[in-house]
Design a protein around this ligand. Structure first.
Ligand SMILES: [Zn+2]
Length: 182
């Protein structure tokens, strides 16, 4: 899954639940952090393993709980965004790296065929495979472009609402600025 979708999907879920938009937006970039492991030639391993995805956020949550209760909500957002990344990458992640260097993949599917009557089938493919050397990776896949086109369509049809949302997003953004310096 490409970084844009890693950023957009969990954020949409949080906004749909009306989780504080300001905080949801502020922490959203954490959802793409795991993919920076590509820079170290260990894509889908170093940044996608249980250590950064579960252990680190759990320590942060525990620390917040006992020492900094005001951090707890942020720590939960960190955990949510990191976990969302691995869930969206379910097609192949070395989750137990470096203990188990192979990728685990899990690809469930439901098929539908209408050629000879109706036939609904379930497919499930899972297992382990070698961590592949990463050649070219997509920064933006076809689904990513589709998502952008969907966004453009949404804005074209709901111009007024889009304008209001943009104004609100800008207000939230301005709201964030002065806090930064402190
Ligand atoms: Zn990833």
């Amino acid at each position: 899954m490409d970084p844009l979708m890693h950023l957009v999907f969990p954020l949409l879920f949080l906004l749909a639940l009306r989780i504080e938009p300001k905080k949801a937006l502020l922490f959203a970039p954490i959802a793409i952090l795991p993919d920076f492991d590509a820079l170290f030639g260990l894509h889908r391993a170093l940044g996608h393993s249980f250590i950064p995805i579960l252990v680190v956020p759990m320590i942060l949550i525990a620390y917040s709980k006992f020492k900094k209760p005001e951090w707890l909500f942020g720590a939960l957002l960190v955990q949510f965004y990191l976990a969302s990344h691995v869930i969206l990458d379910l097609g192949g992640v070395a989750f137990l790296w470096p203990i188990v260097p192979e990728q685990f993949y899990f690809e469930p599917g439901i098929t539908f065929a209408a050629s000879d009557g109706f036939d609904i089938g379930f497919t499930l493919d899972y297992g382990m495979r070698e961590l592949s050397e990463m050649g070219t990776t997509s920064l933006l896949s076809d689904t990513g472009f589709a998502l952008i086109f969907l966004g453009i369509l949404t804005v074209a049809v709901f111009r007024k609402e889009a304008y209001e949302a943009l104004k609100e997003a800008f207000r939230v953004f301005l709201d964030l600025l002065p806090r930064r310096g402190k």
